[in-house]
Design a protein around this ligand. Sequence first.
Ligand SMILES: [Zn+2]
Ligand SMILES: [Zn+2]
Length: 269
Amino acid sequence: MQSSRRLKVASLGSGSKGNATLVSNGEVTVMVDCGFTVKEVLKRLPRINLEPEQIDGILVTHEHQDHISGVGALSRKFSIPVWATRGSLLSGKCGNLPEYNVIEGFSPFSIGSLDITPLSVPHDAREPCQFLFTQDELRLAILTDLGCFTPRIVEQLTPCHGILLECNHDEEMLWNGPYPDRLKQRVAGRMGHMSNRQAIELLQQMDTDALQLVIATHLSEQNNCPKLVGDLLAETLDWPVEQIKIAEQDMGFGWHELVLESNRVFESV
Ligand SMILES: [Zn+2]
Ligand SMILES: [Zn+2]
């Protein structure tokens, strides 16, 4: 008999031009961030067979445009409640919301049967957070937009069955690339974005025994190369390179599901 314990994740797009990630446990479906217009969301949702009315909540990681620009409009159009830290809400970037919930002190909370733990991350926003979703023993982490990882994050990711991990830039490509110096320093700084090297270091420091799904996210189009990221992560984890998924700016990625059956977790597309 198949277990009902499952978690699945999909993306409408990932990168500095817009982000929106969907997480569902089969009963409750949430969107993490919405950096797209309502029109663009409605164009992209059919790719993952989802209707906007099926979205039970929008979770906000932080107030940068690529994450928040479409949150208010989508929430108003379909009366979807929003969850965000006080810092993100105080940015005023959501406008008036029909219903919102404050994430207080990074305390865990639930939306229906979906349990969520906010993760505090170093990033140059007012009160940025990322999210760990748990369903029984299953744990799925979204970890993007952080300049570096902390011992606390490594601890919170143990164990972890699936992770959406920021691999923003290759350090050499960034420093030799076209960005102005100030922007290079911001991206590479401790409150900026994780490089491929930092993502590898995080994987090396966390317990990866239970890890079945790794999706590289928030890749810079100018300062990174998907093939390089796939090769590096596969080598680090000693996985076949096909097992490493890369989130694309335009296409995001389709549903990936973690299912806990007996004591074994597997992933299916
Ligand atoms: Zn971002
Ligand atoms: Zn950001």
